[in-house]
Design a protein around this ligand. Sequence first.
Ligand SMILES: [Zn+2]
Length: 88
Amino acid sequence: MISISKFRPTANPKTSFNRSLHFVPTQVNFRMVVYESISCPFCGQSFELAVDTSSASQRFTTDCEICCRPFEVIAECEPGEITNLEVI
Ligand SMILES: [Zn+2]
């Protein structure tokens, strides 16, 4: 498992505040996609992964762009920013 911790602890008082903003126009979602460089657990190559930061906590499967093997990613986000990214 490779863990990449970024910027600051996940406990942030701003998170609950941002979740209450339901009236944000859908166009803003384009800005919610953040590209993060991650390393493949199989071949070790790094590539850019697009993460939709409008979800505070998410877990999904993606394919390595180099060796095409699938692996799981756990991402914790604040709107427009990835706070924690784990590759399993
Ligand atoms: Zn790979």
